[in-house]
Design a protein around this ligand. Structure first.
Ligand code: ROI
Length: 162
């Protein structure tokens, strides 16, 4: 059994609805339990700035799926919600589901790198993760609370998701 954290991101096609629908889909994944989910957050785009603001969240799962089976399941949800993979790097997307952490595993596979390479610098990952796991310590001993201290919010705000 693995404990995983998943980053949810969207900035096209009603991003709040996309994020909520993705979280609902995560809660129905086979062999998987949705343990916790952060608030939704509005964030400024990282990368090209001529794209809409993002909605971001982080979900905590436990699963007996293998890491690559989990990746397949997440990519299926992305495609089901209308994601079209474009060549443009860091362009807008209807739904992005990123595996951030799986236990204390380090995975270096052509399809999957864990921990997610950008997570330590991204306010839209660190703050939602901190909301649901304030005592998290990464496998190298660095506390999430420490990373937060050196990560400006950059306009990040929680969204009223009533
Ligand atoms: N920027 C924000 N704010 N949120 C994201 O989820 C996000 N995802 C991406 C890139 C394009 C890097 N920028 C982002 O993939």
């Amino acid at each position: 059994m693995h404990t995983c954290f998943i980053g949810v991101g969207s900035n096209l096609g009603d991003p709040v609805a996309q994020a909520n629908q993705a979280i609902a889909a995560l809660s129905e994944l086979a062999d998987t339990q949705l343990v916790d989910v952060s608030s939704l957050y509005a964030s400024k785009p990282m990368g090209p700035s001529d794209q809409p603001d993002y909605v971001n969240a982080v979900a905590k799962l436990t699963t007996t799926l293998t890491p690559l089976a989990l990746l397949d399941a997440l990519q299926y949800i992305e495609l089901h919600q209308g994601r079209v993979r474009k060549d443009e790097r860091w362009g807008p997307r209807t739904l992005d589901l990123d595996i951030l952490l799986i236990d204390d595993l380090a995975i270096d596979h052509p399809r999957l790198t864990v921990p997610h390479y950008g997570m330590r610098e991204r306010e839209f990952v660190l703050y939602p993760l901190f909301e649901i796991s304030p005592n998290l310590v990464l496998s190298d001993g660095v506390a999430l609370s420490q990373l937060i201290q050196s990560c400006p919010r950059n306009g990040l705000e929680t969204i009223d998701n009533a």
